[in-house]
Design a protein around this ligand. Structure first.
Ligand SMILES: NC(=O)c1ccc[n+]([C@@H]2O[C@H](COP(=O)([O-])OP(=O)(O)OC[C@H]3O[C@@H](n4cnc5c(N)ncnc54)[C@H](OP(=O)(O)O)[C@@H]3O)[C@@H](O)[C@H]2O)c1
Length: 349
């Protein structure tokens, strides 16, 4: 089977991670990444051996790279003519302009959670709707929070869907900014998201409409991880116990469960230290972290906390979404296993 030629438009926080995850797979290759102008991020692309393109077709902008010593292969149109699929990792809200260019070039595209579902009309999370995305021209990998919610809710949904389904209320305790981002806040305040419910919970319904879910969100002055405080109503006759729920998550991909008291991993700081200790590139944690001793089932109400590494949980999802759109792997579990095994090699797992 031909190797899938993948382009990255927007080589920033998400783009550089997706590029490495794609390059690790044996069924895909990176044919180019874009930067808007020469900057430090170009050095990383050069070091990794990814051909560098300009985000724009403007010849003055393209030649600006050479003036700073970078070899720029061309503009976005040149990159589009060299790829089978493009992963749009641009900052949110610029997707509509970019989508028009991808469509004109006849190239499949994957957007990120900063764009609205309405841009693509289709969203993606491997465990929820891989099959729905097979062969599609365009999709959106949902945000880091929605990806995290889907990971732990989908096994519960699958168990309960025939007996009434699950209803979820959750609070998103959101990091104020990414560690590399000096432009956002708050730095000394807790900022409630006054649009109620927040978009995070309802966004889960773009990948699994049968989960009834609402969310509130607050931004807090930390740059490492989001925490979700979850309350899930299970239907009568669910037959689950605390242990069987933990086992269910244990058996699901991309979820880590640890006992806070035993491991002394009781905060997001220690979770991130764990990721660094086990040698993860950039200190990333693709998995959703659930505190075992924070899980409590009280009759039909399940409570738990989970931590989300915002810059990385969506990375393997992009790889699986490529296989869905290119229709090269029908079963989500097979794609996930393949993606994670390849990533594990460069992550020293
Ligand atoms: N960061 C997270 O934690 C996170 C988590 C999940 C999802 N997301 C989503 O992922 C997307 C990317 O976020 P990010 O955090 O990676 O942003 P970022 O770090 O700001 O990177 C964005 C990149 O896009 C480039 N760019 C700027 N304008 C562009 C355009 N018009 N077309 C193409 N590329 C353009 C920038 O190029 P230059 O560097 O040359 O300026 C930059 O490299 C957003 O939709 C975001 O909501 C982010």
């Amino acid at each position: 089977m031909a190797v899938i030629r993948v382009a990255i438009n927007g080589y920033g926080t998400i783009g550089k991670r997706v590029a490495d995850a794609v390059a690790a797979q044996d069924d895909m290759e990176i044919v180019g990444v874009t930067k808007t102008s020469p900057s430090f991020g170009c050095d990383l692309a050069v070091r990794k051996g990814y051909p560098l393109y300009c985000t724009f077709d403007d010849s003055a902008k393209i030649s600006a790279f050479a003036a700073e010593g970078y070899s720029c292969t061309g503009g976005l149109s040149d990159l589009l003519s060299a790829c089978d699929i493009i992963i749009d990792c641009s900052p949110g809200k610029v997707g509509a302009d970019n989508l028009a260019k991808y469509e004109a070039a006849g190239v499949k595209s994957i957007f990120q959670g900063g764009e609205k579902h309405s841009l693509t009309g289709l969203s993606y999370t491997s465990s929820a709707n891989h099959q729905q995305n097979l062969g599609a021209d365009c999709t959106r990998v949902v945000s880091c929070n929605t990806t995290g919610l889907s990971r732990t809710l989908m096994p519960l949904h699958n168990h309960c869907s025939e007996i009434g389904g699950i209803s979820v209320n959750c609070v998103m305790i959101r990091r104020a900014a990414d560690p590399g981002d000096s432009s956002k806040g708050p730095i000394n305040a807790i900022k409630p998201v006054l649009k109620v419910p927040s978009h995070h919970g309802p966004d889960v319904m773009t990948v699994q409409p049968d989960i009834r879910i609402n969310s509130l969100a607050v931004a807090v002055p930390t740059t490492i991880m989001h925490v979700h405080a979850m309350t899930v109503e299970l239907p009568e006759g669910h037959g689950l116990t605390q242990d069987s729920i933990l086992q269910m998550w244990h058996d699901s991909p991309r979820i880590i469960i640890m006992n806070g008291a035993k491991t002394r991993i009781t905060t997001t700081a220690e979770v991130m230290e764990l990721a660094r200790d086990i040698g993860r590139t950039w200190g990333d944690l693709h998995e959703i972290f659930v505190w075992e001793d924070g899980v409590s089932l009280n009759e039909n109400t399940l409570y738990y906390f989970q931590a989300i590494h915002q810059e990385s949980d969506v990375i393997p999802e992009n790889v699986d979404a490529i296989r869905a759109l290119m229709n090269t792997e029908v079963e989500w579990e097979i794609s996930v296993a393949k993606t994670d095994a390849a990533i594990a090699k460069f992550n020293n797992i």
